[in-house]
Design a protein around this ligand. Structure first.
Ligand code: SF4
Length: 450
């Protein structure tokens, strides 16, 4: 951390303004927070929009083809803004790592292309960019702590804390190992230090992040995720702890016990299923079967009956038949997820699956996705209705623009919109649930301590 601060400590970007646009997952949001911290420490100020910025930084996601398409169209739209003001335009993160040459060719006005392991160098490079454009996509093998300052956090009450990065699993559809590199783990003491400072500043929730958090190992002591959760829970002030993303193969009884016995660990889990068909799971190199997955879910539900589950599902993987898809639908019925993130398969460069024929017709993929999402919407509505009439704890994340309406999330990570006569932003409150839709709950502030 000291090294990164040293580079930026001389206010080398004093008087300059920056704007960061983030595509993708929580890891990318957290990376952008780190980047904003580095720029603030170097003396730059955040701008409200790209038009007012000396540095326009786009942090990118390569996991789905659709998000790459969105990025390309966004970079196209930035050309005029960049030229009008003479701003520096940088493309950072996973797409920069994966599509370096393509980006440089398609967007010759890009000044900087840098992969996810180069954020620490960005302020210095921005300072020196006047002369030549730069491309940086090397991988770092070891963990580097980057500073994060309070003003750079998106929320005042819930914080992302990265605990590991990269992945060694090589699921055949996934580009992550090629853009984020192999797994590297952040030392436990550094994680605890960050969570303590968050607690000192009044944060109530931490979300521990990594592409594959179940394989977390403290490089100094060998402690795994269950021990990390226990240590984070010892920090007073922190009320809720979440972790994402888990891999079903590595999600074991020890972690279930930790979730059941550590009061602060939320009874909520995102466990990507991807497919309910053993044949497809094998082709995806997921290293578990539907029976393994179900067995873990049964064990989890028997230990934590109120667990709120979410998952990722891909439809239309190469060779997927109607029968394979029905197997996925069957698991949807049995498990009853509170939420799913579902996608049509699209081949990603360099992955093993991209060498297979993408043979499920687009209209079949769309039909399966619609059927999956339609049934899931009904399940969500049924689950949400079962909460109506109850009073639940909600972490209020802010007020909506409309009068006395507030929004937050409950322990199951469902969105809760509620009415309150007093300002309860950034506080833990109790809300009486009075109604719901498939995607959110609504209610009123309950007059009882949180
Ligand atoms: S475990 Fe997750 S991040 Fe790793 S390769 Fe598989 S899908 Fe990608």
């Amino acid at each position: 951390m000291a090294q990164a601060m040293e580079k930026t400590g001389e206010l080398m970007l004093d008087g300059k303004t920056f704007y960061i646009h983030t595509f993708g997952c929580q890891m990318n949001v957290n990376d952008s927070e780190h980047l904003a911290s580095l720029l603030l420490a170097a003396g730059a100020r955040p701008a409200r929009n790209p038009e007012d910025s000396d540095f326009i930084l786009v942090n990118t996601c390569a996991v789905r083809e659709k998000s790459v398409e969105k990025l390309f169209s966004y970079l196209g739209r930035l050309k005029d803004q960049k030229e009008r003001r003479g701003s520096v335009l940088a493309c950072l993160g996973c797409v920069a790592q994966l599509y370096r040459e393509k980006l440089l060719k398609k967007f010759p006005y890009l000044d900087l292309v840098a992969g996810p392991h180069q954020y620490a160098e960005v302020p210095l490079i921005l300072k020196n960019l006047q002369e030549e454009r730069r491309v940086l996509t090397a991988w770092e093998k070891d963990w580097t702590d980057l500073p994060i300052v309070p003003e750079a956090r998106e929320s005042r009450v819930s914080a992302y804390v990265t605990i590991m990065e990269g992945c060694n699993n090589f699921c055949t559809f996934c580009v992550v190992p090629y853009v984020r590199g192999r797994e590297k783990y952040r030392p436990l003491r550094s994680i605890l230090e960050e969570v303590r400072s968050l607690s000192d500043r009044g944060y109530l929730e931490v979300q521990l992040l990594g592409q594959n958090v179940n394989s977390y190992r403290d490089p100094e002591t060998g402690a795994g995720l269950p021990e990390l959760l226990a240590r984070v829970a010892e920090i007073s002030g922190i009320e809720w702890i979440r972790f994402i993303t888990s891999h079903p193969r590595d999600f074991g009884p020890e972690l279930i016990e930790a979730m059941a016995s550590i009061r602060k660990v939320c009874h909520q889990l995102h466990l990507p299923l991807q497919s309910g068909s053993d044949r497809i799971l094998e082709m995806m190199n997921r290293k578990y079967t539907r029976a393994d997955y179900l067995e873990k879910i049964d064990r989890l539900k028997s230990r934590l009956p109120d667990i709120s589950l979410s998952t990722d599902i891909i439809v239309g993987f190469p060779t997927e038949t109607e029968e394979d898809f029905e197997q996925t639908m069957d698991l949807l019925e049995r498990i009853r997820f509170a939420n799913i993130f579902s996608f049509r398969y699209s081949p990603r460069p360099r992955t093993a699956a991209s060498r297979l024929k993408d043979d499920v017709p687009e209209e079949v993929k769309i039909d399966r996705l619609v059927r999956l999402q339609t049934r899931q919407k009904e399940i969500q509505l049924e689950l949400n209705r079962s909460l109506v009439g109850r009073t639940v704890r909600v972490l209020c994340l802010g007020a909506s623009k409309k009068g006395n309406l507030y929004a937050g999330r409950n322990e199951g990570y469902q969105v809760v919109n509620f009415r309150s006569e007093k300002d309860v932003s950034n506080r833990m409150v109790r809300v009486r649930i009075t109604g719901c839709g498939p995607y959110s709950l609504h209610g009123e502030l309950a007059d009882e301590p949180a």
